[in-house]
Design a protein around this ligand. Structure first.
Ligand SMILES: *Cc1c(COP(=O)(O)O)cnc(C)c1O
Length: 400
């Protein structure tokens, strides 16, 4: 909306007008990257994975924080995500880890992006698109047991690399694989995948066609097997301060700092009588006189319907239960006593001595922590903070 369409009301850049927002502590992200740098061998670089809007934390801001803290490159899932980062002025190397359409190879080359390749036919189609004088950087993906994408054998991988080498428009800069079970303690598949990958690297070296940059580790492998990562660690979930799995939580080699908090405010407070019901389906019924507060957040914000019953909120340093079904835009809490409209409510994060973590919500919804911040929708503005200071706000709905 242009400002003149708001009836003369000037929209202040970076503002938001609702009482629900997420706070991203960029200082925590920097600390996590710094901890990884100390933990990893000196020769292992860091690729900060900022796909899916930085796991819901804001891709541009978290990418910048990670780069400032010492990550050398970035990883995304889609060409659109990479374009967005370039548009915002990020010049660091970016790898697109999923397949892009061969017809966009020229665009990727122009933007200096590295793309993932695992299929010979893709090379021919892409080569036809790339303008004279441009070179596209390729990372060859090999499937050592994840069963998603990638070459399936040493011969196929070698052939792909040789094929790409024939055309001056390509430069094969990387070789990588992805682990399916690095987040499990003592996984035989992890060991098997690593062995297959090592053997492949050995063979490619013997053939003198091994790409210079080799990588295999996600957060879990980087935490648990830092010596096995070759040149680069691809750090996603743990750069945001979250454990790759509950199994690894007790054995993490250093403390991770959660960067994501979620806040709202009471927008209505009322007393209800014994027998009164709350929300759709009337599934919650007051057993006595109760104080009920209304929160302006619902499942359209990624505050999942499945969170109730079970989820809690922290108000005035005390946990209170969410009661009744979560609606699209609102939900209700049971308060210990009357409280003022406007009172701060913490849905994820720390307030005084109480804490609600993303892991708590994941458990409640029967899913993994990755999914929770990813699903906090673009309707929820993000506030970026460092050392307690607000740096900027992101409000996708108003285009800033
Ligand atoms: C998402 C992704 C990662 C990051 O994984 P985390 O478990 O979040 O650290 C690494 N590599 C690839 C190929 C990915 O798709």
């Amino acid at each position: 909306m242009a400002d003149n369409e708001t009836g003369g009301v000037f929209l202040d850049g970076g503002h938001f007008y609702r009482d629900t927002w997420a706070e991203i502590d960029l200082g925590s992200i920097k600390e996590n990257i710094t901890s990884f740098k100390k933990h990893l061998p000196a020769e292992t670089g860091i690729m900060a994975i900022v796909k899916a809007n930085g796991y819901g934390h804001g891709a541009f801001q978290t990418a910048q924080a990670a780069l400032e803290a010492g990550a050398q490159e970035l990883g995304v899932a889609t060409l659109d995500e990479a374009i967005a980062l370039r548009r915002q002025g990020i010049e660091a190397p970016i790898l697109i880890m999923n397949r892009i359409r061969p017809e966009y190879a020229n665009l990727a080359a122009k933007l200096g992006l590295a793309v993932t390749v695992f299929h010979k036919e893709w090379l021919a189609e892409a080569a036809a698109e790339i303008e004279e004088g441009l070179t596209l950087s390729l990372h060859v993906k090999t499937d050592t047991g994840m069963g998603r994408v990638g070459t399936k054998s040493k011969g196929e991988t070698a052939e792909l690399i040789k094929e790409a080498g024939k055309d001056g428009c390509f430069k094969v800069t990387g070789l990588f694989t992805h682990f399916a079970t690095a987040d499990e303690l003592d996984s035989s598949l992890f060991k098997q995948q690593l062995a297959v990958f090592k053997e492949l690297v050995q063979e490619l070296k013997q053939l003198e066609i091994c790409p210079p940059v080799i990588h295999c580790g996600n957060s879990a492998a980087s935490l648990m097997a830092p010596e096995e990562l070759f040149n680069v660690a691809r750090i996603g979930i743990s750069m945001y301060g979250l454990t790759p799995s509950n199994e690894l939580l007790p054995v993490l080699p250093f403390q991770l700092k959660e960067a994501f908090s979620l806040y709202t405010r009471l927008i209505h407070v009322k007393k209800i009588n014994r027998g009164d019901t709350v929300s759709y389906g009337a599934t919650y019924q007051a057993e006595e006189e109760e104080w009920i507060g209304t929160l302006p957040i619902g499942y359209a914000d990624g505050w999942m319907r499945r969170f109730s019953p079970g989820a809690e909120a922290i108000i005035n340093g005390r946990k209170v239960p969410i009661v009744g079904r979560i609606c699209m835009d609102q939900c209700m809490v049971r308060l210990p006593h009357e409280m003022e409209v406007g009172t701060l409510v913490t849905l994820v994060g720390q307030q005084d001595d109480e804490k609600i973590s993303i892991d708590d919500l994941a458990k409640l919804a029967g899913t993994i922590n990755y999914e929770i911040p990813c699903l906090i929708s673009s309707r929820v503005p993000r506030t970026f903070k460092e050392n307690g200071r607000i740096l900027e706000n992101m409000n996708v709905i108003l285009n800033f």
